[in-house]
Design a protein around this ligand. Sequence first.
Ligand SMILES: [Zn+2]
Length: 75
Amino acid sequence: MWYAEVTKRFDPIKFEMTRFGNPTISWGNYRFNKKLTRKTKTWWECCARKSHDCRCVAVTVDDRLMKLNGWHNHT
Ligand SMILES: [Zn+2]
């Protein structure tokens, strides 16, 4: 449900690696840093967590966006 709604409305996610070797995802205008992985599930924190105190967290399962916890407080 969440996945369908999210992908209908937004861009697909792109998996990338920073030049420091940290995995990130890009999704629309937003980027997320990998926080933790459990089995096939991965939690990603918004890159603006420090600068904007953004608490938006993306969850992927098998490399597909499953859900977002919260929403960005910045553009
Ligand atoms: Zn954010």
